[in-house]
Design a protein around this ligand. Structure first.
Ligand code: SAH
Length: 234
């Protein structure tokens, strides 16, 4: 999508583009395509596609929660920074933690943060399985896009959420995963408050934000070790 359309579609979801955001996105895009020649960051490289499928798609998280507050937000398996780094550009008030298991992506993210002079954003090179054991109940909001099935993600991400906070995975199709994740939500003392479904503009593919509220503290049993989770998800 071109600049006008991008700005118009953002307005429709109550987000105002300004020159600071535009400059930062432009630099981010340039770094993404140039680093993508050396390390595998994304299969989407056409400018209009990156703006739609990465930048616009990332900020749709704001449909599920008011991001104008000073929230702590953790993005598990952020890859090249989606949605967490984009959210930082649009909502500088957020305190963001990006987590990814792949070191070269972490190096890329640190470079973008430096080049864009972003504050209150950190990048952690770790596996979610370990990170969530060591950072229990620390974040107001945890999100994750395109990393794992919901029943596995719940077990990895919900321990990180503060009581009364939210885990909001960003999903394409979700129905079957919702059905299979009922047990995990019960065991993790959490419930689905709302599933926000919509279509991405222009290409019209389906998106779902699953708004999961954490009701009470997670048992220290979770997450179990990864092999167990993979073999026998909750
Ligand atoms: N969220 C990004 C990237 C999705 S690809 C996007 O939507 O574009 C999945 C990412 O999750 C990869 O960068 C991979 O390194 C990371 N990942 C996969 N398993 C992980 C784990 N167990 N812990 C941390 N990161 C993980």
């Amino acid at each position: 999508m071109n600049r006008e359309l991008f700005s118009e579609k953002l307005k429709k979801i109550n987000i105002e583009l300004n020159s600071d955001i535009e400059e930062k996105l432009e630099k981010y895009y340039e770094l993404l395509v140039s680093w993508n020649n050396k390390i595998n960051l994304t299969s989407i490289t056409e400018k209009e596609d990156v703006y739609l499928k990465h930048f616009y798609d990332s900020v749709t998280l704001s449909k599920a929660i008011d991001l104008n507050k000073e929230l702590t937000l953790c993005d598990i398996g952020t890859g090249a920074g989606f949605p967490g780094l984009v959210l930082k550009i649009f909502f500088p008030n957020l305190r963001i933690t990006l987590v990814d298991a792949l070191e070269k992506r972490v190096v890329f993210l640190k470079e973008v943060i430096k080049e864009l002079d972003l504050k209150n954003i950190e990048v952690i090179h770790d596996r979610a399985e370990l990170f969530s054991k060591n950072h229990r109940e620390e974040f107001d909001v945890v999100t994750s896009r395109a990393v794992a099935k919901l029943n596995i993600l719940n077990e990895l991400c919900i321990p990180l959420v503060k009581v009364n906070g939210y885990f909001i995975p960003m999903k394409a199709t979700v129905e079957e995963e919702l059905e299979l994740s009922k047990n995990s939500l019960n065991l993790l003392n959490s419930k689905i408050e709302e599933v926000i479904s919509f279509k991405l503009p222009i290409e019209n593919s389906v998106r779902n934000l699953v708004k999961i509220k954490k009701i009470s503290k997670t048992s220290t049993k979770y997450p179990r070790n990864f092999d167990k989770i993979k073999k026998n998800p909750l």
